[in-house]
Write a protein that binds this ligand. Structure first.
Ligand code: SF4
Length: 242
């Protein structure tokens, strides 16, 4: 393991933990992954329903040097990192780029989960194996903050994802509209994967996974992957990160 240096740039971190990646990424759902959850978020999703499931990431977090973070990843021995938040791209810049480049040098595959409000043109982007955009649907109350869909779809590659978390049928209609829009943009070049993810646990007036799948198949949205958040099945009652 390389020794940390004193002048290493720093990032604000909410938590570090080893788990499985329950979301879409090019290594597959369920792949063991070392999570780096960065602190802070610029959105406030699902305020009408009590807020999102990572409210604890909104705080200032703890400052950690890039060298320290790389040492923690190395110590875990895990060949995959999930960089998430909050919103990790709020901290885009030299420190995040140094972390991403350090992970690539160590042969670590990185998936980054970002909320859809920040363009994918950040420093170190080339070191991200899967960029997973969580494109906010109407129930989140944050759709207006999203990047323009057409430009975003065109700027991502075949190992990247645009994922729609669906709470209800209005969200489904919104996401279906984006899938149809994307069909017009497919010109033979490799495109990002589109994914629909039912919100779990399902609300009483919500869209359960079996209803979502039935709608998706009836509508022949064959280019869409269904993303059921695997970690919420493994640990349905978890109150801390696992
Ligand atoms: S972007 Fe993510 S962390 Fe931020 S409020 Fe929305 S769901 Fe929560």
């Amino acid at each position: 393991m390389r020794a940390p240096t004193t002048d290493s740039p720093a990032l604000r971190v909410t938590s570090l933990f080893l788990s499985i990646d329950g979301e879409v990424n090019a290594r597959g759902q369920g792949t063991p992954s070392f999570f780096i959850r960065l602190a802070g978020c610029n959105l406030r999703c699902w305020q009408r329903f009590g807020g999102c499931d990572t409210l604890y990431s909104f705080g200032p977090g703890t400052s950690m040097s890039v060298d320290e973070l790389l040492a923690r990843v190395e110590a875990s021995g895990c060949p995959k990192v999930t960089l998430t938040g909050g919103e990790p791209l709020l901290q885009k810049g030299a420190a995040l780029a140094a972390l991403l480049r350090g992970l690539r040098e160590r042969g670590v595959f990185v998936s980054m989960e970002t909320n859809g409000s920040i363009a994918p043109d950040f420093e170190g982007r080339e070191c991200v194996g899967s960029l997973v955009y969580d494109y906010k649907c109407p129930s989140s109350g944050c759709t207006a903050a999203m990047q323009p869909f057409v430009a975003l779809f065109r700027s991502l590659g075949p190992s990247d994802y645009i994922k729609f978390v669906l709470r209800d049928l209005a969200d489904y209609a919104f996401a279906r509209g984006r899938v149809l829009e994307a069909r017009e943009l497919r010109d033979g070049r490799p495109c990002p994967v589109l994914a629909f993810s039912p919100m779990l646990p399902t609300a009483e007036d919500g869209l359960p996974p079996d209803t979502l799948v039935a709608r998706l198949l009836a509508d022949r949205l064959f280019e869409v992957q269904v993303n059921v958040q695997l970690h919420k099945y493994v640990w349905p009652d978890a109150t801390t990160e696992v």
